[in-house]
Design a protein. Structure first.
Length: 229
């Protein structure tokens, strides 16, 4: 079964537009105006740059936060870390008007009302979504990690699961042990950090929870180097 679909996330919409722009030229759809294709291609190019710039500034901001915290709260006389460089984001393409999602939604509707449009075309253009059944045992968390004020911070797609069981190896000789559960799609390990200047590797594995039970396959091992401030 398939349904009409415009991705609700910014990055998802960008990927959807990239796919659409790469393939729309291969179809003749009488309700789709060439001028609208030009607009959507401009939207797509600007979104790619915008998302990249935003990520660069966020990552840079986290580096500056860590640097400033260490500089202010570190050991008196300790060696200062390297000052982070400013982000490089490249030259922005031509700016676009508000309403990127609306323009893409409209051109998608024009495609679907065109003579010769088929569901297969919609799937190829990425403007319809094939709905697949949720099978809890198929799940494997894909986890992204970063540091927030020195503490490990994680994001994972929660979907229809209850959350995740987190296993942790604190490099204390005990290996992986049950550590905590997360019911939100983000999680911060607020365990006390090592002594100032001491670096330790903490390892984690995440397993989905569904109806109170662990299901599916454990995530890959995530290694995070934490350093005392």
């Amino acid at each position: 079964m398939s349904t009409g679909f415009i991705d609700p996330s910014i990055e998802g919409l960008s990927k959807q537009e990239i796919n659409f722009c790469a393939k729309i030229g291969g179809y003749t759809l009488d309700k789709v105006k060439p001028a609208d294709i030009v607009l959507v291609k401009a939207d797509s190019a600007y979104m790619v740059w915008l998302i990249g710039a935003k990520k660069a500034y966020i990552s840079n901001g986290e580096s500056w936060t860590t640097y400033v915290d260490t500089l202010i709260h570190g050991v008196d006389g300790g060696v200062s870390g390297v000052q982070p460089a400013l982000p490089t984001v490249g030259t922005a393409p031509a700016s676009v008007h508000e309403g990127i999602r609306t323009r893409f939604s409209n051109i998608s509707a024009d495609c679907k009302s065109s003579t010769g449009y088929t569901e297969a075309i919609g799937i190829d253009l990425g403007i319809v979504q094939i709905n697949t059944p949720f099978v809890p045992s198929d799940g494997k968390p894909v986890v992204k990690e970063s540091l927030h004020v020195g503490h490990p911070f994680f994001k994972y797609p929660k979907g229809d699961y209850d959350g995740v069981q987190i296993y942790k190896d604190s490099s204390d000789g005990h290996g992986f042990v049950k550590f905590d559960k997360a019911i939100n799609p983000t999680y911060t390990d607020n365990t006390g950090l090592p002594e100032a200047g001491v670096a330790v590797v903490w390892k984690y594995r995440f397993v989905y929870l569904y109806k109170g039970e662990e299901v599916g396959t454990a995530s890959l091992v995530i290694e995070v180097v934490v350093t005392g401030m």
